[in-house]
Design a protein around this ligand. Structure first.
Ligand SMILES: *Cc1c(COP(=O)(O)O)cnc(C)c1O
Length: 446
């Protein structure tokens, strides 16, 4: 990596935290912004670069969340900023469904190259990850003439009506928001740390799900199987080796569209372009968002040309989908990922993490498991002596880190997982500093 940072890459908290300006903004917010949208950090951002976020009071926080896996190339990547500014000065919108433009086509071509498999592919763009998932299911249903959709335990696929139904966790995502969409079936995941039989292989875990699908639905009734190759919100769960390939193989035998939801895991996050790449899985459709465009709101689906072309003209789209400014951001972000070899950088972060986390795990009985790939890494906390999830401890550790100026996110069905999603442009020193803060918080509380 050869990076010139604009902001000093240092953690710094001056005085009260949150400071007076953030506190004043919180006051205004509480009377103007809906309570349903919650923020995990109590300070208000004014600037961000590399691995730091600077707040309105001048505090400098280390960012280990990347705005939930979005700012992989940094939150003010100069290449992205320049491409976005240039496009915005030409035209901000025409609507691709009215007057198309080259960037959209170029991005579709680029993603056909980067995604797994060398079959003919096509793409279509939207605004959010949820919208991409919705459209992958629309395509799968029309292409197969079937209705059933299979999702997994611990899955997270979004907050719109269909995707809220696909998401596993009731609170806070679904409770009270029904009725939910019909024809959604939930199958057991491969979650190695929490398997009743810890020696179950990935293939056996897949057969367990396949048997349930055969008995409860019937393979010939299923339009799509959707799965995150590494689960995000559900706890950064990496399925046992062999699980994904067997599911994909069975889907193919049954004429089921295999959809990899790569919204969180895609674009260098796991040390490969896509998490499906780690086991050579070739999904029929990939859903993409988050890391795709350096922070610009953009999502898309890329998949088998025959599937995507089974939809009649006018059946897919949206006013803003594939917005030209967002597309310019994506082309610049992807070029930057290639130039700086951010896949290699993610693997370096993975090595640094395990060199730190493995010895720590041996000393801290509450640290049940450390897992993850690339810069999508997690620590799962339990009550010592067993595997009972310890959400309170997890919350305390995250809060301590924040008070020290390190932004850390939690996740997991049981709320007992700390997840690390640093921007891939974070420097080694800053990363080491933030891990030292995390280690101190773990030792002080566990
Ligand atoms: C975040 C996420 C989504 C939803 O994306 P939004 O842009 O928030 O709608 C879908 N799937 C996965 C795996 C995600 O992590």
């Amino acid at each position: 990596m050869d990076i010139q940072y604009r902001l000093e890459q240092k953690r710094r908290i001056d005085g009260a935290f949150p400071g007076p300006k953030s506190a004043a903004l919180a006051e205004r917010r509480s009377s103007a912004v809906a309570a349903g949208v919650a923020s995990s950090v109590p300070v208000y951002a004014v600037d961000a670069d590399g691995g730091v976020i600077v707040d309105v009071d001048g505090n400098s926080l280390v960012d280990l969340g990347s705005g939930i896996a979005v700012t992989t190339v940094g939150a003010s990547n100069p290449k992205v900023a320049a491409a976005v500014a240039e496009q915005a000065a030409r035209f901000t919108h025409t609507c691709f469904m009215v007057t198309p433009y080259e960037g959209y086509v170029e991005l579709a071509e680029k993603l056909a190259e980067l995604t797994p498999g060398n079959h003919a592919k096509k793409a279509v763009f939207f605004n959010s990850g949820s919208e991409a998932v919705e459209n992958a299911i629309k395509v799968a249903r029309i292409a197969t003439g079937r209705q059933a959709v299979v999702a997994f335990d611990h899955a997270y696929h979004g907050r719109t009506n269909l995707t809220m139904g696909l998401t596993a966790k009731a609170a806070p995502y679904k409770r009270g928001f029904g009725p939910l969409a019909p024809e959604i079936y939930r199958m057991p995941m491969s979650y190695p740390f929490r398997e009743e039989n810890p020696s179950i292989s990935g293939k056996e875990a897949a057969e367990r799900a396949i048997l349930a699908m055969e008995k409860q639905i019937g393979g010939d009734q299923i339009a799509a199987i959707i799965i995150e190759p590494i689960q995000g919100e559900g706890g950064f769960i990496v399925p046992a080796e062999g699980f994904l390939p067997r599911l994909a193989e069975w889907a193919k035998e049954q004429g089921i569209v295999f959809v990899a939801d790569e919204v969180q895991a895609g674009f260098c996050r796991t040390g490969a372009w896509f998490a499906s790449d780690h086991e050579g899985v070739v999904p029929d459709i990939l859903t993409l968002a988050k890391g795709i465009a350096g922070g610009m709101p953009l999502s898309g689906i890329v998949g088998r040309a025959d599937l995507l072309d089974s939809v009649h003209p006018g059946g897919l789209g949206g006013t803003y989908g594939g917005n030209p400014v967002a597309v310019a951001g994506a082309l610049a972000a992807i070029e930057y990922m290639e130039e700086q070899d951010l896949n290699g950088r993610a693997r370096e972060i993975e090595s640094a993490f395990y060199a730190w986390a493995r010895p720590l795990q041996e000393q801290v009985p509450a640290l049940g498991e450390v897992r993850g790939r690339g810069a999508m890494l997690a620590l799962e906390f339990v009550k010592p002596g067993g595997k009972e999830p310890d959400a309170d401890l997890t919350k305390k550790i995250a809060a301590d880190c924040l008070a020290q100026g390190v932004v850390i996110l939690t996740c997991g069905t049981y709320g007992n997982v700390i997840r690390l999603l640093p921007p891939l442009v974070i420097g080694d020193e800053l990363l080491a500093d933030s891990l030292a803060v995390l280690e101190a918080a773990i030792r002080a509380n566990a």
